[in-house]
Every structure is written in C-alpha cells, then in structure tokens.
Design a protein around this ligand. Structure first.
Ligand SMILES: Nc1ncnc2c1ncn2[C@@H]1O[C@H](COP(=O)(O)OP(=O)(O)O)[C@@H](O)[C@H]1O
Ligand SMILES: [Mg+2]
Length: 256
C-alpha cells in the first residue's frame, strides 16, 4: 500500500483553545478512510488544515510525498485534493448547472461564471455528465437554493468531481440527508473508489461509516486516538470512553 495523504503531528490553537494537538493520520491510496469522533474533537479543523483553509501551528501534511503544509486552498485543490463542506457552499441564486459551470471555470476567473454567456458545449456536457452521475441532472435548471439539503450535498460532490481530484474529503455527507439519498451517496462513493479515487470521510452516521470505510480513525480532543478496521474500532474500549467522556455525546448525536 502507498500512503497518498499523510498528516503528521498537526497542531492548531484558536486563542486558548487547542483544536488540534499532534494529530496524525495516513490515508492509503485507493482506500476509503473514515474520520469519526465526538463533536468538537477537531475533525473539521483537520480538514481545514489539509485543504489550506487553516494554517497549522506545527506538524506537516504531505500528498504523494509532496509537502503541502500551509499551502493555500486553491493550490491544494489544483494538486488534487477536493473537499465538500459540513455546511454546503453553493451559490443559491445560480442554477444547478450554473454552479457546475463555475466549477469548470475555476482555473480562470470564477467570476466569469457569474456573468457567463460563453460556456463551451464541452463544458456544459461535462457538467451535465457529473450531474447525471450524482443523480440530479433533472434539476439542472432549478436555482440551487431550491434544492433539498441532500441534493445540495450531491451538487457539491458533482462540483468537485469536475476537477478530477485524486483525494476527496467529505465532511458529514450523510448529515441531514434522507435514507434514499444516503444510499445513493454511498453508492456513488463506492463507484468513484472503484475508479481509483481515494476518500477521507467525516461522518457521525456510524452505519454509513462502518459499511463504507476500509479504515477508521477516531479523534478525541484534537488528536488521533485509535485507527483500525471498522471491526477493530468498534470493539476498542477507548473509543467508547471517548464518546461517553462528556456532554459532547449529546451534541454529536444532534449533529448527525
Ligand atoms: N475558526 C475557529 N475559531 C475558533 N475556534 C474554532 C474555529 N474552528 C474550530 N474551532 C473550535 O475548535 C474545536 C474543534 O472544532 P471542529 O474542528 O469543528 O470539530 P468537529 O468537526 O470534530 O466537530 C471546537 O472547540 C471549535 O469550537
Ligand atoms: Mg465538524
């Protein structure tokens, strides 16, 4: 196995709050890795560090042996790490297709996408292909703001697929999504994984994580606590302690 994404000893404090304290993680090429842990344990912050939205105080992030620690988000994206957000970031007033066309323009000025008239036929075709892949091509002409929560997550997934990333980071893809869409999302992730994409997925829905992931890392208070197969993680008493260790459990359940 080759390690594609490597996080070593990453630290990050916000004022007096230590969000990450020496967090380490390896994601092997071609696998689906899960990242779980109570609310506030630092999962989203770790995603922000990996994808260049937050600069770490220490530690390193490497992608296929290239040091990307502290690289800006557009550079990380260009190097092949795509990510979706816990709270989706779509342009609510643009149509679903227009959102996708912003994605195809991102290397130039994304603003051109907002004042657009000149998308080439091939750009539109590629955008429609990815919308079709995630199952929302029929919604292409609707304003993105009218989509359900789950449909927005699918749009965000389609949006990053345009750039053909090697590694895909998903932050709570199942959160607030109904069961039918949820199964659809899991199916898409499996298909993409078969085609060679590597995943790191933050998710509170345990069934989703345990069914999908090859390996799972449990975070606790800003550090990696346990990494193993779903079965190993499930039976590790430290993991139960981490989840039962405070009022965080209720928050975690509410968020899922
Ligand atoms: N930009 C920020 N400014 C201040 N505190 C933050 C910021 N981002 C995250 N935190 C804090 O860092 C901790 C970890 O948060 P987060 O990474 O969102 O956890 P998780 O995704 O596991 O729920 C929390 O206490 C959170 O309030
Ligand atoms: Mg989070």
């Amino acid at each position: 196995m080759t390690t594609l994404l490597k996080v070593q000893g990453v630290c990050k404090a916000f004022g007096g709050l230590q969000a990450l304290s020496s967090c380490s993680l390896n994601v092997e090429k071609g696998t689906i890795a899960g990242l779980i842990g109570p609310n506030g344990s630092g999962k989203t912050t770790l995603f922000n560090v990996i994808t260049g939205y937050v600069k770490p105080d220490g530690g390193s992030v490497t992608l296929a042996d290239q040091d990307i620690t502290g690289a800006p988000s557009n550079k990380v994206f260009a190097l092949g790490i795509g990510r979706t957000f816990q709270i989706t970031r779509i342009f609510a007033r643009l149509s679903v297709l227009e959102n996708m066309l912003v994605a195809t323009q991102r290397d130039e000025s994304w603003l051109r996408g907002l004042t657009r008239s000149k998308s080439s036929k091939s750009e539109v075709a590629a955008a429609m292909e990815w919308l079709d892949f995630v199952g929302i091509a029929r919604l292409a002409a609707l304003s993105a703001g009218s989509l359900s929560f789950g449909q927005r997550k699918l749009l965000e997934l389609a949006y990053i697929l345009v750039a053909d990333p090697d590694v895909i980071l998903l932050d709570e893809p199942a959160g607030g999504v109904n069961l039918t869409l949820l199964n659809g999302i899991a199916e898409k992730i499996r298909a993409l994984n078969k085609s060679g994409k590597t995943f790191l997925i933050v998710e509170h829905n345990m069934e989703f994580v345990m069914n999908l992931c090859d390996n799972v890392t449990v975070m606790h208070q800003g550090a990696d606590l346990v990494t193993g197969t779903p079965a190993e993680v499930r039976s590790n008493p430290l993991v139960l302690d981490a989840y039962l260790g405070g009022s965080e459990v209720d928050e975690a359940e509410e968020a899922s």
